[in-house]
Design a protein around this ligand. Structure first.
Ligand code: SAM
Length: 198
């Protein structure tokens, strides 16, 4: 399946609200052109605000489809980030279409879709996976489900990129709400990292 998806570029039928959200991103870049950090599936955007502190010279873009989750964003002290209510696949498609790339791409605790029949909904099983490769940069995926992280690594390997799986360091401050929730319940957390230079 990964091989099949790698041979085609996902032609998203971009939704109206994703197009509108992308307009916000284009405006922010036109006002102040900067390299991008993507925080895909950002939920409430706690991680987006934290990443904006970590990457002060970048524009950090948090993307989530849930208006409900985004409405719970607590605000942040930096102004170098924006939150977009959109489908990640649409924003990835539009960025790739416009020749834009990411310096860093965080994929923190995406929905695991644990049933075998849902494999195609996992990031690496989805038709939009080649877009993640095209956007490139330093990619970090985190999950409490080791298999998901390892599968993602195998898919990257099949696409010709080497990375490494590790445990999220226990003492590290939690990047996101799900990370906090999982740590509090004693889960071991997993990370896959690679660097794609387009
Ligand atoms: C398990 S939550 C993790 C949220 C956040 N990253 C965290 O660690 O707290 C997964 C998030 O992915 C979002 N989501 C799922 N599919 C999406 C898609 N195709 N595009 C954008 N957001 C999506 C959901 O709305 C949800 O907020």
């Amino acid at each position: 399946m990964v091989h099949r998806h790698l041979q085609t570029i996902h032609q998203a039928s971009v939704s109206e609200h994703s197009l509108e959200a992308y307009g916000k991103l284009s405006e922010a870049l036109a006002e102040n052109p900067r390299s991008l950090v993507l925080d895909s599936f950002c939920g409430t955007g706690h991680s987006t605000a934290a990443l904006a502190e970590r990457h002060p010279g970048h524009l950090v873009v948090g993307i989530d489809k849930s208006a409900h989750r985004l409405a719970k964003h607590p605000g942040g002290s930096n102004d170098n980030y924006i939150l977009l209510q959109a489908n990640c696949e649409d924003i990835w498609f539009l960025l790739a279409r416009d020749g834009l790339r990411a310096d860093y791409h965080y994929l923190l605790y995406p929905n695991p879709w644990p049933k075998a029949s849902h494999l195609q909904r996992r990031i690496h099983g989805h038709a939009s996976f080649p877009l993640v490769l095209k956007l490139g940069g330093q990619i970090e995926l985190r999950s409490n489900w080791q298999i998901y992280v390892e599968e993602f690594g195998v898919a990257l390997h099949l696409a010709g990129h080497r990375g490494w799986v590790s445990q999220v360091v226990e003492s590290e401050t939690e990047l996101s709400l799900f990370e906090r929730k999982y740590k509090c319940s004693g889960h071991t957390l997993w990370s896959y990292t690679t660097r794609i230079i387009p």
